[in-house]
Design a protein around this ligand. Structure first.
Ligand code: PXG
Length: 306
């Protein structure tokens, strides 16, 4: 396969030449932020929303990006184009760190510009059969970050709680973990938002529980409202999800995926339910609506322009 090209600090270079310093504070302290963005067949889903969230995380962390939002959109589109990923599913990882500093956490030590890079590649978070069968989940002992220290909507380079949650799920032989906040309210999966349906009404944990303001979450909420479902954002305990008729997760990596078992409690009849199935079919149309994606240019036009 041809070399992958990575955009880093202003230029496209072959993957092996895309390097960051061992003094980069993103690596030393997790001092940075990221976005996970998806493209289908050369169409990047909700690019502007992802870029806006990226800038919100940067603003929260006080990392001053020198690129404009429009330039950042172009970097993402060109990264897909430069790697010829115009067909199939492509996953894009945009990363910014505080930049290179010295061996002290103080951000003032980072005198140069932030490190910014963009990778376009393919990933699959869950094997295909799980989309039909549904996920078996545990409830993690590790809690989601407290909103009092790191609000859930900051997509920072600190994913250790979530990683510990994934490790718990792995050890338990489960497919995924559900994370609670310090008060014991349900927040989300380890890299997905969570929804449930009970008696035809849809619920999802409110953002103040500590959940990430997921772009897939917002899309599913829009679809549910369009379809006339009653929808609530609230504070829910494990009781609510154990006894739900249907549970599912949403995320850029995972897409929409049903949950059929939580801590040994079978959800509904143990199969993907009617509300999920209805939303999923509408979702497939939704992603193709012209307002919801940006078109990847040809590789030739990027090379000619650059
Ligand atoms: N919660 C958390 C904690 C996340 O990290 C979501 C919810 C879903 O948000 P979006 O905007 O994607 O609907 C995420 C998303 C990965 C990976 O590399 C992580 C995410 C997305 C894609 C891949 O594991 N996080």
């Amino acid at each position: 396969m041809a070399d992958r090209f990575v955009w880093i600090n202003g230029e496209f270079v072959p993957e092996n030449a895309a390097t960051v310093s061992v003094f980069d504070h993103g690596l030393l302290y997790g001092d940075g932020l990221f976005e996970g963005i998806k493209a289908w067949d050369g169409k990047v889903f909700k690019l502007r929303e992802h870029i806006d969230r990226f800038y919100d995380s940067a603003k929260f962390l006080g990392i001053n990006l020198t690129q404009s939002r429009e330039e950042m959109c172009e970097i993402v589109l060109n990264s897909v184009a430069m790697n010829g990923l115009h067909e199939g599913v492509c996953y894009i990882r945009l990363v910014a760190t505080r930049g290179k500093g010295d061996l002290g956490i103080n951000p003032r030590k980072c005198r140069e510009h932030p490190t910014v890079y963009c990778i376009a590649a393919s990933i699959q978070l869950h094997p295909e059969e799980l989309y039909q069968k549904g996920l078996k989940c545990i409830v993690c002992a590790t809690r989601r970050n407290s909103v009092q220290s790191l609000p859930g909507s900051v997509k920072s380079l600190n994913y250790l709680n979530n990683i510990l949650g994934v490790m718990e799920a792995n050890r338990a032989g489960a497919d995924e973990g559900i994370m609670l906040n310090l008060e014991g309210y349900v927040v989300e999966g380890t890299a997905e938002n969570l929804f449930f349906a009970k008696n035809g009404v849809i619920h999802t944990p409110a953002l103040h529980t500590g959940a990430l303001a997921g772009i897939t979450r917002a899309s599913i909420m829009e679809i549910a409202r369009r379809k006339g479902y009653e929808l609530h954002e609230g504070m829910y305990t494990v009781f609510d999800i154990y006894t739900a008729d249907e549970v599912w997760m949403t995320g850029t990596g995972a897409d929409l995926i049903p949950v059929v078992d939580i801590e040994g409690r079978v959800i509904g009849n143990g199969k993907p339910g009617p509300v999920f199935t209805d939303l999923r079919s509408a979702w497939l149309d939704y992603v193709n609506e012209p307002d919801h994606h940006s078109i990847v240019p040809s590789r030739e036009s990027v090379l000619a322009g650059g």
